[in-house]
Design a protein around this ligand. Structure first.
Ligand code: CA
Length: 228
């Protein structure tokens, strides 16, 4: 199920967006300030963000820029002023789309659907491939083999799962909590420090200089991503 983050200070609009998305099978979280929106975006994994342009203490465009530092999911700006459209369009590495208030909620849902499916098509293009190739790294999912610059390296099952998860979702940042949940599961023993330990071990195997990783990067205060 796709999950949307709504960043909107007008509660009635946020609830309208939330309700229409829910009717159409989406789940959503609401943040009424930009600061809370940023915290939620770092903590959880969303498929799309609806971002109000006029927020009380931070400009929506500025927030968009900050979100773009660690997210590449679609961002739809919601603006009350038609004259802001040029500003949104002209903003470098900004929003993927915009919608003007008052909007038709069905139109909003249609745009959300279109952007999520376009993004998923891009991301999933390589998902079913049995062999993943990212620069010098080759993962053969079928035979459970990992090669670095042609040389086979031995991985434990969890290291293999973790690296394969990153490689099938490149350029996407995942928090330790998210990785722990995905690879180890909620019921497993241990805690999220396991993630840090496994990433260190993976780096020792795949990186030329584990202290300057070229594959799994640390995004401070957010998590990790595999750069493609
Ligand atoms: Ca507003």
């Amino acid at each position: 199920m796709s999950k949307i983050l709504i960043i909107e200070d007008e509660v009635s609009i946020a609830e309208l967006e939330h309700d229409y998305l829910e009717i159409n099978g989406f789940t959503s979280d609401i943040a009424t300030t930009g600061e809370d929106g940023l915290i939620l975006a770092k903590k959880n994994s969303y498929d799309l963000i609806l971002l109000d342009l006029m927020l009380p203490s931070i400009d929506g465009l500025q927030l968009c820029k900050e979100l773009r530092e660690f997210l590449d999911i679609p961002i739809l700006m919601v603006t009350a002023r038609k004259e802001d459209i040029d500003k949104i369009r002209g903003f470098d590495r900004g929003a993927d789309d915009y919608i003007v208030k008052p909007f038709n909620p069905n139109e909003l849902v249609a745009r959300v659907k279109a952007h999520i499916s376009r993004y998923n098509r891009l991301v999933n293009r390589h998902k079913d491939q049995e062999i993943i190739q990212i620069r010098g790294l080759t993962i053969d999912k079928d035979s459970h083999k990992i090669l670095i610059n042609g040389e086979e390296k031995i991985f434990t099952a969890k290291e293999f799962d973790l690296l394969t998860f990153f490689a099938t979702n490149p350029n996407k940042v995942f928090s330790k909590e998210h990785l722990f949940e995905r690879i180890w599961g909620f019921d497993s023993m241990g805690d999220i420090t396991t993630v840090t330990v496994h990433i260190r071990k993976i780096r020792e195997k795949i990186e030329e200089e584990p202290s300057h990783p070229q594959y799994i990067e640390t995004i401070w205060g957010v998590g990790y991503r595999l750069r493609k």
